[in-house]
Design a protein around this ligand. Structure first.
Ligand code: NAG
Ligand code: NAG
Ligand code: NAG
Ligand code: NAG
Ligand code: NAG
Ligand code: NAG
Length: 453
C-alpha cells in the first residue's frame, strides 16, 4: 500500500476499514450489475474462434499457457494479448473465464498506420464464463476509426491479483479465446522491449481514484500509469511485474497480506502465488515458477522502481536497514541481469531480434569495454525514484554506482515532480494525470539513453 506514515494502531484500523469497505462495495457492485445493467451482452454469432493459445495471438507478460485446454491464465497487471485484424472484420470479442470474486478490468487499444494507441474502451468482467466485445464497427466508428489494413488490437489487463480476492485460489483470469467474423494474425514484432519491476506506483494503485479513496477494481488501473505511458510513447513491448506494497528488502507492513519481497515474487508466473500463507506450516503456497527465457523475451532495458515501501515507517533513519536495502537491491538487479545473460558462444541467429545497437549519449565510463554478462549486450538498468517519496534516492544512487563500477550500464531515473504537485489518487498515490507528468519526465532520459530517437 501507500507510503503513508501512520501510527500502527491507526494503520490496522484503517486497513480493516478499507478491506471491509472494499468487500461491501464490490459485493454491491456485482449484485447491482447483475440486477440492472450487466457489463456483458449476448454476443452475435461470430463464425471464427481463435483459441487463446493460437499462434496468431501474441501474449506479453507472464502467463501460464495451458496447451492441452488451449487457455491462457494470468493475473499480473499489464499482461497483454495483441493481434492484427483484417479490414473486412466487423467485430472481435474475447471469451473470459474469470474466477475472481469481484471481476477484473481490461483496456482495449487500437493501433493502425494512421492512429496510434487509441483507447477504444475498458470493460469489467464478471465471475464466470462470458464474452465481451473488444471492438466492432460501431465502437470504431464513434472514434472515427475503422477496420483497415494493418490494424492491431491489444487487450491489457489493468488490475492486480490481490485486489480481486484475498483468496489466491480464486483470483486468476483465464482467456479461452477470441471470436471474430474476420481474420486474426500475429502483429509485427516490436523492436523495443522494456521490463518494469515495481510496486503500487507501477501497478496503478488508486490511479483512477480521487482522494480520499482506497485501491479497488474501480480505482486501480495499470493503463493510467507512467509505465504504460512510457511503453506507448516509446512504442515498446513491455513485461510488467508490479505488486502493491512490495519492497526489495521489506514490504509495507500490511496485516492482511503476506510479507513477501519482490526478489521472492520475481519467480512467480502468477502474482497470486505468494498470497496465501499455509496456516499449518507458516509456509507460502508454492506457485508456478516463472522460468525467464531470454530466447522468448529479452528486454533492452529493465526499469525498476522499488523502495517507496521499504522506506516507510521511519526505516530511512535506521542505517543498518538502509544498508540491507542497498545490498538486497544490488543482488536482485544482478540476479535479474544474470537471467538475461546470453552465454558466450550463442549464435546471433539464436538471439531474439534486437534493434540496431543503441548509440545514446553515454557518459565516459558508463559503457563497458565489452559486455560483461555474456555475448549480447546486457539490458540497460534504470532505477527509478519517486514520485511519492524520494527517501530511497540516496541508497538507490549507491546501488547505481555499484552496478556502474561492475560495468553494468545503470542510470538513476528521477521521477520526482515539483513538490507542489499533489499525488491526488488513493492513499497518496499518483492519479493518471500525475503519472502522465512522471512519464513525460522519464521519456527523454530513457529515449536518449537507449538511442531510440
Ligand atoms: C476484403 O474484402 C474485399 C472485397 O470483398 C476483398 O477483395 C479482400 O480480399 C478482402 N480482404 C481480406 C483480407 O479478406
Ligand atoms: C501492411 O503491412 C504490410 C506488411 O507488414 C505492408 O507490406 C503493407 O504496406 C501495409 N499496408 C498498409 C496499408 O500500411
Ligand atoms: C484459477 O482459479 C480456479 C478457480 O478458482 C482454480 O481452480 C485454478 O486452480 C486456478 N488456476 C491457477 C493456475 O491457479
Ligand atoms: C499446508 O501444508 C500441509 C503440510 O505440508 C499440507 O498437508 C496442506 O495441504 C497445506 N495446506 C494448504 C492449504 O496448502
Ligand atoms: C534496523 O534495521 C535492522 C535490519 O532490518 C533491524 O534488524 C533492526 O531491528 C532495526 N533497528 C531498529 C532500531 O529498528
Ligand atoms: C509480434 C509480437 O509482438 N511478438 C511478441 C510476442 O510476445 C513475445 C513475448 O512473449 C515477444 O517477445 C514478441 O516480440
Amino acid at each position: 500500500m501507500a507510503n503513508v506514515d501512520l501510527k500502527p494502531a491507526w494503520l490496522s484500523f484503517m486497513l480493516f476499514v478499507f478491506v471491509m469497505s472494499n468487500f461491501v462495495r464490490d459485493a454491491w457492485a456485482i449484485t447491482s450489475r447483475i440486477g440492472t445493467v450487466p457489463s456483458f451482452q449476448k454476443q452475435p454469432d461470430l463464425p471464427s474462434f481463435y483459441a487463446a493459445t493460437d499462434d496468431d495471438i501474441n501474449w506479453s507478460g507472464r502467463v501460464l499457457r495451458n496447451e492441452e485446454y488451449m487457455r491462457v491464465v494470468f493475473d499480473w497487471p499489464g499482461v497483454t494479448a495483441s493481434f492484427q485484424v483484417d479490414e473486412n472484420a466487423t467485430a472481435v470479442t474475447v471469451m473470459v473465464d474469470d474466477s475472481s470474486l469481484v471481476g477484473t478490468r481490461f483496456a482495449v487499444f487500437y493501433d493502425s498506420p494512421t492512429a496510434r494507441h487509441r483507447k477504444l474502451r475498458e470493460f469489467r468482467t464478471l465471475r464466470g464464463v462470458f464474452s465481451y466485445t473488444l471492438a466492432d464497427v460501431g465502437i470504431l466508428g464513434a472514434q472515427g476509426l475503422r477496420f483497415e489494413p494493418n490494424v492491431t488490437l491489444s487487450m491489457v489487463h489493468t488490475q492486480e491479483a490481490q485486489v480481486l480476492s484475498n483468496d489466491a485460489a480464486v483470483n486468476n483470469v483465464t482467456v479461452l479465446g477470441f471470436g471474430t467474423d474476420g481474420f486474426l494474425s500475429r502483429p509485427s514484432p516490436s523492436t523495443r522491449r522494456l521490463e518494469f519491476i515495481g510496486d503500487s506506483i507501477t501497478a496503478g494503485y488508486g490511479a483512477d481514484g480521487l482522494a480520499p479513496c482506497v485501491g479497488s477494481v474501480e480505482t486501480n488501473n495499470y493503463v493510467s500509469t507512467w509505465a504504460h505511458a512510457l511503453c506507448q510513447s516509446l512504442d515498446a513491448e513491455c513485461f510488467v511485474e508490479a505488486y502493491s506494497g512490495v519492497g526489495v528488502y521489506a514490504s509495507y507492513p500490511h496485516p492482511g497480506t503476506v510479507d513477501v519481497t519482490m526478489p521472492e515474487r520475481f519467480a512467480d508466473t502468477l502474482a497470486s502465488a505468494h498470497q496465501l500463507k499455509n496456516m499449518t506450516t507458516g509456509g507460502l503456497k508454492p506457485g508456478f515458477r516463472w522460468n525467464v527465457d531470454a530466447s522468448t523475451f529479452r528486454p533492452d532495458a529493465l526499469i525498476f522502481n522499488l523502495g517507496t515501501n521499504d522506506f516507510c515507517c521511519g526505516h530511512g533513519e535506521n542505517s543498518t536497514f538502509v544498508e540491507a536495502y542497498a545490498a538486497a537491491y544490488y543482488q536482485f538487479v544482478s540476479k535479474v541481469l544474470e537471467f538475461y545473460a546470453v552465454p558466450a558462444g550463442t549464435r546471433a541467429k539464436d538471439l531474439p531480434a534486437r534493434p540496431s545497437s543503441p548509440k545514446g549519449p553515454a557518459r565516459a565510463g558508463d559503457e563497458p569495454a565489452e559486455a560483461p554478462l555474456g555475448a549480447a549486450p546486457a539490458p540497460v538498468v534504470f532505477l527509478g525514484v519517486g514520485p511519492m517519496s524520494a527517501r530511497y534516492q540516496g541508497a538507490t544512487r549507491g546501488v547505481v554506482e555499484r552496478l556502474t563500477r561492475r560495468g553494468v550500464r545503470a542510470i538513476l531515473l528521477d521521477l520526482m515532480l515539483d513538490p507542489t504537485v499533489l499525488m491526488g489518487g488513493c492513499l497518496g498515490h499518483p492519479t493518471g494525470a500525475v503519472h502522465a507528468a512522471v512519464a513525460e519526465k522519464a521519456f527523454p532520459v530513457v529515449e536518449a539513453t537507449m538511442g531510440w530517437k
